[in-house]
Design a protein around this ligand. Structure first.
Ligand code: G1P
Length: 281
């Protein structure tokens, strides 16, 4: 029996410079796709996978607007009272459904932008000695069941570390963590190696990690070492590579679509794809 995953970590400390001026005061995770902020899609995906404790890693920079993420997940008592008074039940439900219990969301800070591995390491005390999920809200998933739920179903058999993967074009390997696999049934691939952002032509495969992880707490032992890798940053991929051999590591192709909302093109595509799914639009 694998140990249940009850906590999810959301690294939300990035500056979002690619979306300036929209992100001048608004954190990029609050940018809406149709009518819902990116961070809320990620939180809903975690809830849908049975997770009920959310841990957000924000930046310390006061001008980054990250406190808006905190406000977004607090109960809006005045607004709710007004909607109730005006009989706007549907709108009220938008504020109540799909939100986790505000007491189940904690916020911690990453004091310096030292990389994704460092951001995840900042959650160490809040996660404790348990397996946990990591969701990068920039990677927006359109999948039913949700991406993390699909991973969780596989994790219950395999245990170990699991990431969501997608095949990318050879010239794009330099943007991702890439798997070196020794077994692959077309859906689930078992990895024997892992490289962060290998140059085109030097990658062991085209199977890229796409922003969803289920990880064992031992990852913190490796992140504790604060070793820097690609781009001079503390990379999560390197810590996962160091765990290979000890515990199983799998990549799962998701039944669904993924949008890279860290890029303008992906963000615009996500807006049309999510709008197309809606009967009211
Ligand atoms: C991060 C990870 C990378 C992963 C990617 C998915 O990179 O370091 O391994 O493939 O997210 O979006 P970043 O996009 O933060 O540069």
């Amino acid at each position: 029996m694998v140990k249940a995953v009850t906590k999810a970590v959301f690294p939300v400390a990035g500056l979002g410079t690619r979306f300036l001026p929209a992100t001048k005061v608004l954190p990029k995770e609050m940018l809406p796709v149709v009518d819902k902020p990116l961070i809320q899609y990620a939180v809903e995906e975690a809830l849908d996978a049975g997770i009920n404790e959310m841990i957000m890693i924000t930046s310390l920079n006061q001008s980054s607007g990250k406190n808006l993420i905190e406000s977004h997940f607090q109960t809006a008592e005045e607004l709710e009272a007004t909607l109730l008074q005006r009989g706007k039940t549907a709108e009220l439900n938008f504020l109540r459904d799909d939100f986790p219990n505000p007491q189940k969301i904690s916020f911690t800070h990453q004091d310096e932008p030292l990389g994704l591995g460092h951001a995840v390491w900042c959650a160490k005390d809040l996660v404790g000695d348990e397996p946990f999920a990591v969701l990068l809200p920039d990677d927006l998933m359109q999948a039913k069941p949700g991406c993390l739920k699909q991973m969780m179903d596989v994790y219950n058999n395999t245990g170990g570390n699991i990431v969501a993967i997608e095949e990318v074009a050879e010239e794009l390997t330099g943007r991702y963590g890439i798997l070196d696999v020794d077994e692959d049934d077309g859906r689930l691939a078992r990895a024997r190696g892992l490289v962060e952002k290998p140059a085109a032509g030097e990658a062991p495969s085209r199977l890229a990690i796409i922003g969803r992880y289920i990880l064992q707490p031992e990852v913190f032992h490796h992140l504790d070492k604060k070793m820097t890798g690609a781009g001079g940053e503390i990379q999560l991929t390197d810590a996962l590579a160091a765990m290979l051999g000890g515990i199983p590591f799998h990549g799962l192709r998701i039944d669904g679509r993924r949008f890279d909302c860290g890029s303008k093109r992906g963000f615009v595509e996500a807006n049309s794809a999510f709008a197309a799914e809606r009967s009211d639009l």
